[in-house]
Unconditional design. Structure first.
Length: 116
């Protein structure tokens, strides 16, 4: 009586919820923080391809925070306000690309990247 242990099927629901929380975070801010905490919590139990999404989400949060601080400092030179718009576009593109790869159930190609 040999029972094979099958790996628990990977569910993309939590990663998808985090991407949505990130997008809503453009309006509220708080949901972004909730999303990154969820990414830290769920990354350990995920299969490797899904871990790349959680890693991408965590890095997106921290990179965004760094960029936002830089934009905030540059508002004194009147260029920061424009850079906040660029930052919002960067954020949206990263989330949409992440959702696209998640929907295809493939790993995010370069989760450590800084660009789009």
């Amino acid at each position: 009586m040999n029972e094979t242990l099958s790996e628990r099927p990977a569910t993309t629901d939590m990663a998808k919820i985090i991407y949505v929380l990130y997008l809503v975070g453009l309006l509220t801010g708080l949901t972004t923080l909730i999303g990154v905490v969820m990414a830290y919590i769920y990354q350990d139990d995920a299969p490797d391809w899904l871990k790349s999404h959680y890693r991408f989400q965590i890095r997106t949060f921290w990179i965004m925070l760094l960029y936002a601080i830089i934009c905030g400092l540059l508002t004194f030179l009147l260029i920061g306000a424009l850079l906040f718009v660029v930052l919002a576009v960067w954020w949206i593109i990263r989330c949409v690309k992440g959702l696209k790869y998640l929907d295809q159930k493939v790993a995010y190609p370069e989760p450590d990247g800084w660009g789009f």
